[in-house]
Write a protein that binds this ligand. Sequence first.
Ligand code: SF4
Ligand code: SF4
Length: 370
Amino acid sequence: MEAIRAFHHVIDDPLKYLEGVSLRKKAVGYCCSYTPEEVIHAAGLHPFRLFGLSPDTGVADGHLQSYCCSLVRGVLSDVLTGRLDTLSGAVFPHTCDTIQRLSDIWRMNTKFPFFADVVLPVKLDTPSAREYFEEVLAKFRADLEKGFGVSVTDASLKGSIKLYNLIRTSLRKIFELRSASPGLISGAELNKVAMGAMILERETAASMLADLADELGRLPAPSPAGRKRVMLVGSLCSQPDIHAILEKAGADAVWDDLCTGSRYFDGLVREDGDPLTAIAERYYSRIICPAKHSSLTARGENLLKSVDTHRVEGVVFLMLKFCDPHAFDYPYLKGFLDGRGVPSTLLEIEGQLPPEGQLLTRFETFVQML
Ligand code: SF4
Ligand code: SF4
């Protein structure tokens, strides 16, 4: 499918794509889905998601403790080896400890014209957190204005909100079409589409995603018999091969709770009223990641709701090695699943996947249990 091939092209070499974009506009890197991308886009900049995809992370080891996740290790390695030199800066929302430390190391070891920390509240369920959140967004807007000599007007913010709502709506539609009929698009292809949406210029992404959603919606829905329906839960999945191996084992990841999936497109931003208030509101109602708090049971309840909605038969916890927030979250979420009799398995991964045969055996064993 032509629309999918374009996403593949970008994901196969995101840094080359970045080089092209940065000839037209300044790009700002980010590596967490709590980044208020709408504000960056409204400043006329290109928000570029950093996935830390380079296999060699040796140079990062001189700066990071050995117990940091491969995402942060990869991102730091990319920047220290000059692979991200075409960026004009980066923004770091305060979420997990590792991203906060990455922010410090980045600030002290790079010379980009722009750098910002967005110090978000941890608790998202109190009135004072909401007030504070809006102040943080206003400061970020002012930082961008000062750093890039631009004006971020309410009108431009509203335009960006509208665009991001289109992107999220199309992504949700594509994910839901796949949930209804996994044969329509493979998990690996969908993974690349979702990652591509965070790399492509957003106007291009919005139009490509809308086309893809329309095209998939028109195709006959294949329903292969005997395959198991599973859900991926964790921080992110930037390795489409995981899907391919899972599918070889007889299961399809029909839904997820990942930053490269539902946590990215969950919740639309209100298009009326004050735009910063509206952007903040989305973060209160969106599914949280374990680096944030909204209620003691919010993540477990969301997991069970997704299990029911998408007729999930088993859950694969996809854990980046040394990812503390998700490691702390795991027993609590597993408890929710156990209470409902939903089988689960935990897969710990690093930048490089284990050999395919090993992973296939793990998945086949799990699929046979379902
Ligand atoms: S899991 Fe949480 S902290 Fe980690 S990248 Fe995603 S949103 Fe950010
Ligand atoms: S939440 Fe986990 S995977 Fe994401 S940056 Fe933090 S430690 Fe790494």
